[in-house]
Design a protein around this ligand. Structure first.
Ligand code: ADP
Ligand code: ASP
Ligand code: MG
Length: 420
């Protein structure tokens, strides 16, 4: 009865595959207003009438989770995590109930299920909970009744029965977990762009759509800030052998296949740049008068992932990409480790298989940013990524310049070393 945990054997707990079953996830913009919700409902009803068993995992209506975060912070600087999850999880329920109503209006049959009703379970790490299992039973039972099943993304239920949330963008992870629990090999993520691009197309207009890429490449892009897919969702998909089809909810054009034995599935000797990713906000924290040990321990206890750490004679500097600045500082202050933050920074990364040519890629990144007059505050390299922390106001310029420097305009990853 158990679905996927966030680790373990890919086939662990697979239910017998439902013939003709699909799991489609719709993000915030795709359910952003009542008209969009109606369009989603029409798509679901059409598929269902054609004989497909349809499960749709929905996000909250665009911007509504941000509104809830703002409201919580008007009440408290660092809201109590359990209550924050109780608040942030409600948006997904609104989308699902409205979509079910829209399906009924179109003459279809649908049921909305919260995570508790659907059987989606996580640990108790509020705000960043880890999925433990999905029970395929409740969803399958509704499909067997001939209903379109609308499942809330982003939320799960802790061992104590509390509502948890799976980190920002977590509806992607919900969808992958549900697809895996139902024994499917593919999950479709409908979003507001036509696929995965060589850079964020809203920031780099000349970015091109990738036809396919491997789980590993996507994981690195997501982890470097490409929020089109949540990092943990990609990790989950890789662990459970789920291909992800990322496509637009606003058109019928085919999108990008992540996984699926595409070019990313074959190792490339000599390396390749997959794309450019960025974080518009990626601060550097400074905790004076301590070592890396206490800082890492305090952050790990709070479930805050650290990026780079620099240990200096006078203290520790570190990054925590995607983490909320106030929460990081409060977490450390509570442990007697008060610190400061350089909050006006973002980061830009060149992502790919760079191990062999890391030095050349790093040199190209440095030279390109220098030519653009962009000051680098922190520079890190790994076999899959070369990253630079730059002023937040320069992130877009840096991303565009690096995209040009690595010749990423065409639908093809570049052999490392050609650019520059
Ligand atoms: P959803 O609400 O559908 O989950 P998100 O806002 O989470 O949508 O993700 C989609 C957004 O991701 C796009 O609008 C785009 O600006 C951004 N994005 C960042 N990097 C990329 C990339 N490499 N390819 C496509 N989109 C990207
Ligand atoms: N609504 C949540 C968020 O805004 C989850 C999601 O959209 O995936 O982060
Ligand atoms: Mg998203």
């Amino acid at each position: 009865m158990t679905g996927p945990a966030e680790s373990g054997h890919p086939d662990a707990g697979r239910a017998p595959g439902g013939q003709g079953t699909v799991v489609w996830k719709f993000g915030g913009t795709s359910v952003g207003d009542v008209d969009r919700l109606r369009a989603v409902a029409a798509r679901l009803v059409a598929a269902n009438r054609a004989g497909t068993r349809v499960v749709a995992v929905l996000s909250a209506m665009g911007g509504s989770t941000d509104d809830l975060v703002r409201q919580a912070h008007q009440v408290a600087a660092v809201p109590e995590p359990r209550e924050l999850d109780a608040l942030l999880s409600v948006g997904e329920g609104v989308s699902c109930a409205l979509a079910a109503i829209a399906v009924h209006e179109l003459g279809g049959r649908a049921v909305s299920l919260t995570a508790a009703q659907a059987g989606i379970y996580s640990d108790a790490s509020h705000g960043n909970a880890r999925l433990l299992r999905v029970d395929p039973g409740p969803i399958t039972a509704e499909l067997d009744r001939g209903r379109i099943v609308l499942v809330t993304g982003y939320q799960a239920v802790s061992p104590r029965g509390d509502v948890t949330t799976l980190g920002r963008g977590g509806s992607d992870a919900s969808a992958i977990a549900v697809a895996s629990a139902l024994g499917l090999r593919e999950c479709v993520i409908f979003t507001d762009v036509p696929g995965v691009f060589t850079a964020d197309p809203r920031v780099v207009p000349e970015a091109s759509k990738l036809t396919d890429l491997g789980h590993d490449e996507m994981l690195q892009l997501a982890d470097s800030g490409a929020k089109v897919l949540q990092t943990r969702a990609v990790e989950l998909a890789a662990a459970h052998g789920i291909d992800i089809h990322v496509r637009s909810s606003l058109s019928d054009e085919p999108g990008t296949l992540v996984g699926g034995g595409g070019r990313g599935a074959t190792a490339v000797d000599g390396g390749r740049v997959s794309g450019i990713a960025h974080f518009g906000h990626d601060p550097i924290f400074h905790i004076p008068g301590t070592g890396a040990g206490p800082v890492s321990a305090a952050l790990a206890k709070a479930g805050i992932a650290v990026g780079s750490v620099i240990v200096e004679a006078v203290g520790v500097r570190f990054t925590a990409p995607g983490a909320e600045t106030a929460r990081v500082l409060a977490t450390l202050a509570e442990q007697g480790l008060p610190g400061t933050v350089r909050d006006d920074l973002g980061s830009v990364s060149v992502v790919g298989s760079l191990a062999t040519d890391r030095v050349a890629v790093a040199a190209t990144v440095m030279a390109t940013l220098q030519d653009e007059g962009v000051t680098v505050q922190l520079f890190t390299t790994s076999p899959n990524r070369v990253s630079a922390h730059v002023p937040a106001t320069d992130v877009a310029t840096a991303a565009r310049a690096l995209h040009r420097a690595f010749g990423l305009g065409a639908d093809q990853a570049l052999e490392v070393g050609v650019g520059g």
